[in-house]
Design a protein around this ligand. Sequence first.
Ligand SMILES: [Fe+2]
Length: 249
Amino acid sequence: MRFAAIADIHGNHAALQAVLEDIAALGIRDIVNLGDCFSGPLEAGHTADLLLLLDMNAVQTVRGNHDRYLLETPPEAMGRSDAHAHGQLAPRHFEWLRKLPTSMVWREDVFLCHATPSKDDVYWLDKVSGEGNVVLRPQAEIESFAEGVEQSLILCAHSHLPRVVSLSDGRMIVNPGSVGCPAYHDDEPVPHDVETGHPLASYVVLEKAERGWTPQFRTVAYDHMAVSRLAADNGRADWAAAIATGRMG
Ligand SMILES: [Fe+2]
């Protein structure tokens, strides 16, 4: 079994297209998407049209926290990134979002969720220290979130940081990283920056062989400076810097 996992596209249509081309060039047809599809000052509408097309071709998507905010938060109360995406989405896009599961078992052996099985807004593999440093979460905490999940491969996203963690019983948890947003700032639980340090689009190819699952983390170049300029034109210097460099400045 060999397939690709993508996540945290955040309305970056150009990055998504580049990743899809890379996946196709590898001869891979099966794709799962771990959510946070649209939020951001970019091209939510075009991204949504592409994802609906992929959905028709059996790409499985689970819903992220920002996908949920787009459905649940009144537009006037939304953050700027969600509000920008909300303004670009059509009724058919919201209808698609509403039908997405928050987690699911895919092909019997793979568990999909955006963040953890029970919460869509908690980093599973990473932890924010009191000083705002993002570090590997202690093993016991990672294992406790995995209680009750029986699949040998667990996929999560949300932190935008590519990572693989092995559990003591042999299960594996993989975060593919972010297709469209290589750095960001968040104020919860304490103010912190997440930074990959590069502008490339990230995703992962997963292959199950005799010895178990092997994640192959991939990065793909695209015209990130054009997307950075779009973010700047839309009044978001923070996003422009993040997409240009993978750092917050
Ligand atoms: Fe998220």
